[in-house]
Design a binder for this molecule. Structure first.
Ligand code: NDP
Length: 284
């Protein structure tokens, strides 16, 4: 069997075209969706992510501005900036690019962003609402993954979803969203014993480890759906995921590539959340 490739880039383009129309409609009503991105320091990977987000906003008709701050900024100063953005009615979404310098407590910053502007979906209120299955801003990568599964009509209900990775931004929330879709969910992580015993049972295998070739064909069940979240840069500068794509695609029924897989969907869900924030559907 050769797997059907879930082209995240193509789906992202399709969704962004629909969003362009939504944004036009909002503008006719006098609502101009706006995202403010805050970048602290000069981490090249963070800069490149931020540039990608700004470009995607522009292409969708969403306005954005980037506030670049030196690494030396204090936590107090950053908190004061967020408070100001919380009060600014022209700003619908606030995104503070992570990671932050170690002298700033990330959790403190995340909790200061007003939940109505929490387009990353990282605020504990957003997480709690997600857990309760309520309407909220969903974290972008997990939201993108579920949207990809839905786009291919891949059943989730009653299926065994195995998640490798338990970060707050990917592993934990994607498991929660799959549980909300009535999947049976198993979480694996670095302390899991005999990982393969679990991965081989997966109807849906989500790999969010951050290590190239963490998963091979012999780790997966024939006909599984394999979602590769990993983004790893190789020495030659090319990008690769966590899954050995060439071998896994001969055994899976569906598989996502890297690049052009989960990555473009993550940014697309950020746009979706920003539009939702502008529409004011998420008022607490
Ligand atoms: P983290 O480093 O926060 O989490 C990695 C997880 O993998 C941890 O839970 C860790 O376990 C687990 N792990 C590490 N080694 C093993 C192993 N050998 N066996 C089983 N589990 C293991 O990463 P993130 O969740 O933030 O990101 C994961 C990957 O996804 C990265 O490559 C990142 O770049 C990428 N990413 C991609 C996005 C996209 O849009 N496509 C968005 C966000 C991230 P433990 O908790 O025990 O340490």
């Amino acid at each position: 069997m050769t797997a059907e490739i879930i082209n995240g880039k193509a789906l992202a383009d399709e969704l962004r075209n629909e969003m362009k129309v939504e944004v036009e409609e909002l503008k006719k009503q006098g609502i101009y969706p706006h995202l403010t991105v805050v970048l602290v320091g000069d981490n090249p990977a963070s800069k490149s992510y931020v540039n990608g987000k700004e470009k995607a906003c522009r292409e969708t008709g969403i306005s954005s501005d980037l506030i670049e701050l030196p690494t030396s900024i204090t936590e107090e100063e950053l908190l004061a900036l967020i408070e100001r953005l919380n009060q600014d009615s022209a700003v619908h979404g606030i995104l503070v690019q992570l990671p932050l310098p170690t002298h700033i407590r990330e959790q403190q910053i995340i909790e200061t962003i007003h939940p109505n502007k929490d387009v990353d979906g990282f605020h504990p209120i957003s997480i709690g609402r997600m857990m309760a299955g309520m309407n909220t801003f969903l974290p972008c990568t997990p939201f993108g993954i579920v949207t990809m599964l839905q786009s291919k009509h891949i059943p989730m209900e009653g299926k065994h979803a195995v998640i490798i990775g338990r970060s707050n931004i990917v592993g934990k929330p994607v498991g929660q969203l799959l549980l909300n879709e009535n999947a049976t969910v198993t979480y694996c992580h670095s302390r899991t014993k005999d990982l393969q015993q679990f991965t081989k049972q997966a109807d849906i295998l989500i790999v969010a480890v951050g290590k190239p070739n963490a998963i091979h064909a012999n780790d997966i069940k024939e006909g599984a759906t394999v979602i590769d979240v990993g983004i790893n840069r190789l020495e030659d500068g090319s990008l690769t995921g966590d899954v050995d794509f060439e071998s896994a695609k001969e055994k899976a029924a569906f598989i996502t590539p890297v690049p052009r897989g989960v990555g473009p969907m993550t940014i697309t869900m950020l746009l979706k959340n920003t539009i939702k924030a502008a529409e004011g559907l998420e008022k607490l």
